[in-house]
Design a protein around this ligand. Structure first.
Ligand SMILES: CC(C)(COP(=O)(O)OP(=O)(O)OC[C@H]1O[C@@H](n2cnc3c(N)ncnc32)[C@H](O)[C@@H]1OP(=O)(O)O)[C@@H](O)C(=O)NCCC(=O)NCCS
Length: 184
């Protein structure tokens, strides 16, 4: 168990048994919207693999549980594969629309940022549909800074979409020689 937050959800590491709930949240809040640029609903087996890849690599994958129901999740993975990027991560955070605006996203991202800092990472990257003003405001509230827009970089629902990049510097530490986190 990790933390119980003011919004009274429990934030805990995911297990493979969470795959059906994570799949339902992702398909509804990501695939059916422009929050994600997947175009087709994903299967439970695919999300099970996705969770397993994180857990096997020692990467965090948290779910928010309200009583016994998973109502959100957050995780991160390497930003880009070339080894110079190994201290940067790109994250995802999704909250079921039924549970938005109650602090669930804040609880999930707080836990993820704390984990990234403890792991000695340097920058967290949010890649957000530029029209997703809730997500932009949500990330700005954590200190993520606008790092630019990729104009018309994605095509979905018959239109081009701009993508906003936001970054959060996690710390000032200079990597120890030989300290490899990703890709090296
Ligand atoms: C973005 C998202 C994760 C926020 O989760 P949430 O649980 O609704 O957010 P919280 O209730 O924890 O809000 C935390 C802060 O974010 C900001 N925020 C959240 N939703 C907002 C909105 N619609 N408009 C403006 N600010 C908002 C507020 O500053 C809020 O702080 P406050 O509680 O002091 O008002 C959620 O809306 C979501 O899952 N959206 C769809 C998927 C998505 O866009 N994911 C991000 C992809 S990069």
């Amino acid at each position: 168990m990790r933390g119980v937050y003011d919004c009274s959800v429990l934030i805990r590491p995911a297990t493979l048994a969470d795959a059906p709930a994570v799949t339902a949240i992702y398909n509804a809040e990501g695939v059916a919207t422009t929050a994600s640029y997947d175009l087709e609903p994903v299967s439970v087996a695919e999300r099970e693999r996705y969770i397993a890849e994180h857990l096997d690599a020692g990467l965090p994958f948290y779910v928010a549980e309200d009583a016994t129901t998973v109502v959100g999740y957050a995780c991160y993975g390497g930003f880009r594969v070339k080894p110079g990027y190994r201290y940067s991560v790109e994250h995802s955070v999704y909250v079921a629309s039924s549970h938005r605006g109650r602090g669930v996203g804040r609880a999930l991202l707080s836990e993820l940022i704390a984990t990234a800092r403890a792991a000695g990472l340097h920058v967290m990257v949010a890649v957000i549909d530029a029209a997703n003003s809730s997500s932009v405001a949500f990330h700005a509230g954590f200190g993520f800074e606008a790092a630019g827009i990729w104009p018309e970089i994605c095509w979905k629902f018959g239109a081009w979409h701009d993508v906003a990049v936001m970054t959060l510097k996690l710390g000032d530490a200079v990597p120890e020689p030989g300290n490899v986190i990703f890709g090296g």
